[in-house]
Design a protein around this ligand. Structure first.
Ligand code: FAQ
Length: 329
């Protein structure tokens, strides 16, 4: 969790004068909105930036199954259980599309997973928080998938073709995830006083970590300037975070719940909400591996990988046998 897996070698955003003729032509294609495809020439730093972001994104989807997986056996009804199982399975699928998109950049899935298991690769901070009650499953769908959609809709238009295309399907599925989360929250908020209190408690615990998902403030975001020039990022971390607050506060009001921020206030002039200061020490602490569940999440992933070794070996053995049969024929 601590180290950056890939070093792009770029210390500052390149101006046209810094660029070689090839780089200038590449930037011109990006500026013209042309999608970059795997076999196209690309600067090494662009490739590495995408490997970094796409692999972190893939790891987030896979690790992101764990907090919800905790509730499969305890979902309150059979219907809720099947919905939750389907959602978790979707997240696995998202991870697979994303690892495939990363592989088009010349890295192998094994390398990426090795980095995750060795604690060298990042995944989203949000998945290092515990799911203490059933309401947390509602809060994850509503707030975490809700934030993921806000971040990922622009990625459908990013400059790298395989990543942009993977995002289109991911976003469609995330919309269903967000709706099911809000549906859980709505039922709890309309339920007994205890159920409503449970929904409020989940909102209290997931609100700030959800805002942190968008990454550091623009002033602290080291990768933003270059990623924006390359149209990997179309909006800044703070712009998307603001969008999440503006979209979610009325939804909380509709539920009759209170957003846990005493500084939250509608700003008539800006036409959006002012909100309180994020606890960035907490964010950095989670990124350093010291969040409430970092160690547990990594341990579970490594165990799942090791427990699944026999299955991967069986698949390879089967593929080899099929190959031998075909060769013989
Ligand atoms: N957690 O310079 P920036 C989901 C790192 S999917 C951990 O601003 P950038 C679906 C960042 O990597 C959720 N690390 O970086 C789901 C960088 O470190 P590095 C995942 C973070 O890349 C729902 C450093 O801080 N979504 O939820 C975080 O320009 C429910 C400086 O930051 C994506 O990955 C963080 N929150 O912007 C699944 C979307 N924020 O790499 C299951 C794609 C920042 O230099 C259940 N990614 N860092 O060592 C992105 O859009 C961008 O990578 C950002 C960060 C916006 C996350």
């Amino acid at each position: 969790m601590y180290a950056q897996m890939v070093e792009t070698g770029l210390k500052k955003v390149q101006t046209r004068d810094d660029m070689s003729a090839e780089e200038q032509a590449f930037q011109a294609r990006i500026d013209a909105g042309v999608k970059i495809e795997p076999k196209d020439w690309m600067p090494e730093a662009y490739r590495k930036t995408l490997v970094r972001q796409i692999s972190q994104h893939a790891h987030s989807e896979i690790v992101g199954q764990l907090p919800e997986g905790n509730w499969v056996t305890r979902a309150p009804t059979l219907k809720r259980k099947s919905i939750l199982l389907a959602k978790i399975q979707d997240e696995a699928g998202h991870g697979l599309y994303l690892y495939s998109a990363a592989e088009t950049l010349g890295v192998s899935r094994d390398e990426l997973l090795e980095a995750l298991h060795a604690g060298k690769a990042k995944y989203s901070s949000i998945f290092n928080y515990p799911t203490l009650t059933w309401a947390d499953i509602g809060a994850i769908g509503w707030l975490v998938d809700g934030s993921a959609i806000i971040n990922q809709i622009p990625l459908c238009r990013c400059s790298y073709g395989p990543y942009a295309r993977a995002m289109i399907r991911v976003c469609k599925e995330e919309s269903f995830h967000a709706r099911q989360g809000y549906d859980i929250m709505m039922q709890l908020a309309k339920g007994t006083p205890e159920q409503k209190a449970m929904a409020q408690d989940a909102l209290n615990r997931w609100w700030w970590p959800s805002l942190m998902m968008f990454g550091p403030s623009d002033a602290e975001s080291v990768n933003s300037a270059q990623s924006t020039q390359w149209r990997i990022k179309l909006f800044s971390n703070d712009e998307l975070r603001q969008r999440m607050v503006d979209q979610t506060v009325p939804q909380a009001e509709f539920l009759g719940l209170t957003v846990p921020d005493p500084d939250l206030k509608w700003n008539e002039e800006r036409g959006s909400y002012d909100f309180g200061e994020i606890d960035w020490d907490e964010f950095h602490n989670v990124l350093k591996g010291n969040g409430p569940c970092n160690k547990e999440r990594l341990r579970t992933r490594v165990k799942a990988w090791e427990d699944g070794a026999w299955f991967r070996e069986a698949l390879v053995a089967h593929a080899d046998k099929q190959g031998e049969k075909q060769d013989a024929a």
